[in-house]
Design a protein around this ligand. Structure first.
Ligand code: UD1
Length: 429
């Protein structure tokens, strides 16, 4: 399926319906993608459970199949992966341009096969998002990198060797790429200034089950001693903390009676604290289940997006929507990505009063949103549009919803399951 075809779909939401029922959090996109890629590292079968049914996962499956892997759907959200002999070591432009995380295959390919080729990701709507840190780290592990005809080509015919790597900037996929490259490299790799995200910690857990020698994951210093080969394993993808946070905001704003299942509180400590400051409380109502209680009048907060364990940039747009309905002025500063405020004009179309000053959005309160045509500008911005559509008066038509399908599993069905009135429509735009 081509992106252009999907971008013709719009999601139409009839706002202000009474919502009631259970919203189940799916497996995390950002945990599934690196784990699917990690299966490249072995010629044995790897089985992954709780793999979300998402466009980005499908793209990653196409990418693996292109390389020569066998990807089999053995049960609902369960896949088997095996790659004995690669037929190509190239991640082509069509697939990489759909999903930047495709760069993750470079480390494992060059580590196991001595060569890998990935199309340059190119510009991205939410900032330049370069991959220089991934490449610099691979170079220090002995890879020769060439950029030709729009492709990054990495050569290490005699294999990669361990190295001391210091990331100038904390990078999530950069850390994952280099951990995966290092597990089969000769000798010891030390990654300093590594990212701490739970998705990285769980990737390391899976790699260790496959026989990798890793220490320090979850700290800024990860030490990896290379091994000769890895074996197969069976692993479960962790719940999506961003989808869970999105559901918490949605529940608080729509004031329905919603239970969130699989809410991963252990990964959302900081986010839950911010919610409390606003006047929103998560109450445990059973094993892995929470519901959201709120003060009648919500309070403003200032939010700074930062690396884990602080406030995630991937929840910034959703929280900005929430802050439109508190009593007082809030400020939201985006420190991770430049140009990640594209949802602001769209929210303003619905009645929000948000002003951008440099990297900060000043959010002034409004009493209501009224439904309108809006555009989903990136994955998380589309989630903000969905929340906004659910609270707005009348109908909101979200164009370009392929972004939503990239990262939110069956979102329309989940919403219909709690009584929302949503439908998809093919639009000629
Ligand atoms: C990952 C997540 C994404 C999330 C982001 C930040 C996945 C698949 N995606 O993206 O959902 O929004 O973390 O939490 O897990 N940078 C460089 N050079 C590089 C690499 C990164 O300058 O080589 C910069 C980026 O432009 C950005 C910052 O570092 O400003 C952090 O980016 P990074 O953590 O790498 O984001 P991703 O891994 O792409």
């Amino acid at each position: 399926m081509m992106v252009e075809v999907e971008s013709k779909e719009a999601l139409i939401i009839e706002g202000q319906r009474k919502l009631e029922g259970v919203l189940k959090v799916s497996g995390a996109k950002n945990s599934a993608l690196p784990k699917i890629v990690a299966t490249i590292l072995t010629d044995k079968e790897v089985i992954l459970e709780n793999v979300p049914d998402l466009l980005d996962v499908k793209t990653m499956h196409l990418l693996l199949e292109d390389i020569g892997a066998k990807v089999t759907n053995i049960d609902k959200n369960v896949f088997s992966y095996s790659l004995s002999n690669p037929k190509s070591l190239q991640a082509n432009y069509d697939l990489v341009s759909r999903m930047r995380a495709s760069i993750l295959v470079l480390g494992p390919m060059v580590s196991r096969f001595g060569y890998g080729e990935v199309a340059l990701p190119g510009g991205c709507l939410i900032g330049a998002r370069p991959v220089d840190l991934h490449l610099k780290a691979l170079e220090s592990m002995g890879a020769k990198i060439k950029i030709e005809h729009g492709y990054i080509k990495a050569y290490a015919p005699k294999g990669l060797r361990g190295a001391h790597i210091f990331f100038d900037k904390i990078t999530v996929t950069g850390t994952e790429n280099i951990v995966m490259a290092a597990v089969l490299a000769k000798g010891r790799t030390v990654i300093e200034n590594a990212a701490l995200e739970p998705e990285i910690v769980d990737l390391c857990k899976m790699l260790k089950k496959m026989g990798a020698d890793i220490e320090g994951e979850g700290t800024h210093r990860i030490v990896i001693n290379g091994v000769d080969s890895l074996k197969g394993t069976n692993h479960r993808v962790i719940p999506d903390r961003i989808e869970a946070g999105t559901f918490a905001v949605l529940s608080a704003l729509t004031e329905g009676n919603i239970v969130i299942e699989n809410y991963p509180s252990e990964y959302l400590e900081y986010v839950d604290e911010v919610l409390e400051k606003i006047g929103i409380y998560l109450v445990k109502v059973g094993e892995n289940r929470v519901t959201v209680k709120r003060d009648k009048v919500l309070r403003p907060v200032n939010i700074q997006t930062r690396e884990y364990p602080l406030f995630p940039t991937d929840l910034q747009a959703q929280f900005m929507t929430l802050l439109c309905f508190v009593e007082g002025v809030s400020e939201v500063t985006e420190n991770i990505f430049e140009n990640r405020f594209m949802h602001v004009p769209e929210l303003n179309r619905l009645g929000a009063n948000i002003e951008i000053v440099g990297r900060t959005a000043i959010v002034r309160p409004v009493s209501k949103f009224s439904g309108a045509d809006v555009r989903a500008t990136d994955l998380r911005a589309s989630a903000a549009m969905v929340i906004a559509g659910l609270v707005a008066e009348g109908e909101t038509k979200i164009h370009n919803i392929y972004h939503l399908d990239r990262g939110y599993e069956h979102i329309d069905h989940k919403l219909m399951g709690i009584g929302a009135k949503v439908r998809r429509e093919t639009v000629e735009d």
